[in-house]
Design a binder for this molecule. Structure first.
Ligand SMILES: Nc1ncnc2c1ncn2[C@@H]1O[C@H](COP(=O)(O)OP(=O)(O)OP(=O)(O)O)[C@@H](O)[C@H]1O
Length: 298
C-alpha cells in the first residue's frame, strides 16, 4: 500500500463549534476520492489543514509521511482553489512559466502541459480573455506542473458546461493514472459520481460516509417508489390492498425496500385489470447524498 495522504482522528474547534470531529481518511497513490458535504460541513477546513494553513486541535495529518506545511509536504502537494485567479495581463504560457520557475520545473516543459489541458491554441492569449473553463484548465495545468503526489481540487468544475467538465475530468483521470492521489471537494454527488474511486461525506464536521458508491448505495437501503395507475374506480381497492397512499384520484404510491420489490410487483400483478400501469422510481444519487449528508431518508 502506497499511502499518500493519511488523516488520523483529525479534530478542530472554532470557539464553541466543533468544525472537525474525529476524521480518519487514507488516500493511496492513484486513488481519486471525493469529499462531499453541505456548506459549512468542514471541507475547506479539512483541505486547509492538509495544506498546513490551519492547525488541527486533535489528531494528525501526514502527506507522503510529512507534516502539512513543511517544505517536503509543500513540494508534494498541489492545490486548485475554487475560483482560480491569475494575473489578467499575462498570457497562459507566461503564467505557467512563472509557476514553473517558482517550482523549479524547466520552462520547456510548459508547452506539452498546455497541450494536455487543451489550451495550446490560446497559450499566447492574455488570461483576461479566457473563459471560466479556460482559467480552470490553466489552473489544472499549474497543478500538473510539479507532478505532485497529492492534488487537492476544490470544486474544480463549478460553473463549467458538461463538455468542459468531461474534459477536465479526463485530465484528472490521467493524473491519477500517473500515480497522483486526488482529493476533489464538491457539493454534489452527481458531479463526481463516475469519476472517483471513493466518496467521503462530511456532515457538521463528522465523517458520515467513506466508501465506494456501490457500497454506499447498498448500505443506505433507500426505498423504491412504485407509482400505480389504477383502472377507473379501482384506486381505493389498490390503496387498501397495498397499504399505499392515494395520489391525484387515479394513482396509488407505495414504497418498498429493494429486497421486497419483486414481491410488491407480484402483488400488483395479481390484481389483474385493476392495475392499468406501474412506474418504478429507483433512488438516485440526489436521494443517496441527502440520506448521508442530512441524515434524512430518500
Ligand atoms: N475563519 C473562520 N472563523 C470561524 N469559523 C469558521 C472559519 N472558517 C470556517 N468556519 C466555520 O467552520 C465550519 C466549517 O466551514 P468550512 O468552510 O470548512 O465548510 P465547507 O464544507 O468548506 O463549506 P462550503 O461548502 O460553504 O465551502 C462552518 O461552520 C464555518 O462557519
Amino acid at each position: 500500500m502506497d499511502e499518500v495522504l493519511s488523516i488520523s482522528h483529525a479534530g478542530k474547534s472554532r470557539g464553541s463549534l466543533r468544525v472537525l470531529e474525529d476524521i480518519s481518511i487514507s488516500v493511496e497513490a492513484g486513488q481519486r476520492i471525493a469529499l462531499l458535504g453541505h456548506n459549512g460541513a468542514g471541507k475547506t477546513t479539512l483541505m486547509k489543514a492538509i495544506l498546513g494553513l490551519t492547525p488541527l486541535g486533535d489528531g494528525q495529518i501526514t502527506v507522503a509521511g510529512h507534516t502539512p506545511g513543511s517544505a517536503p509536504a509543500r513540494t508534494t502537494t498541489a492545490y486548485l482553489p475554487e475560483s482560480v485567479a491569475f494575473h489578467v495581463a499575462l498570457t497562459g504560457r507566461e503564467v505557467l512559466r512563472m509557476f514553473a520557475q517558482l517550482s523549479g520545473v524547466k520552462p520547456a516543459d510548459v508547452s506539452p502541459l498546455l497541450d494536455r489541458v487543451g489550451l495550446a491554441h490560446a497559450a499566447d492569449n492574455r488570461v483576461g480573455t479566457y473563459s471560466k473553463g479556460m482559467r480552470q484548465r490553466l489552473g489544472l495545468a499549474q497543478v500538473l506542473l510539479g507532478r505532485p503526489k497529492l492534488a487537492l481540487l476544490d470544486e474544480p468544475t463549478s460553473g463549467l458546461d458538461p463538455i468542459s467538465r468531461h474534459e477536465l475530468y479526463a485530465v484528472i483521470d490521467e493524473m491519477a493514472a500517473h500515480g497522483t492521489a486526488v482529493l476533489i471537494a464538491s457539493h454534489t454527488l452527481t458531479e463526481v459520481e463516475a469519476r472517483t474511486d471513493r466518496i467521503a461525506i462530511l456532515r457538521q464536521g463528522k465523517l458520515v460516509a467513506n466508501d465506494t458508491l456501490a457500497n454506499l448505495t447498498r448500505r443506505a437501503h433507500l426505498p423504491i417508489r412504485l407509482r400505480v395507475r389504477a383502472a377507473p374506480d379501482c384506486a381505493a381497492d389498490i390503496a387498501h390492498e397495498t397499504a399505499g397512499a392515494r395520489v391525484n384520484g387515479m394513482h396509488v404510491e407505495m414504497l418498498c425496500a429493494p429486497d421486497d420489490k419483486m414481491a410488491a410487483l407480484r402483488q400488483l400483478s395479481a390484481m389483474g385489470d385493476k392495475v392499468a400501469d406501474i412506474d418504478m422510481h429507483l433512488p438516485g444519487l440526489e436521494e443517496l447524498y441527502r440520506h448521508y449528508a442530512t441524515g434524512e431518508d430518500g
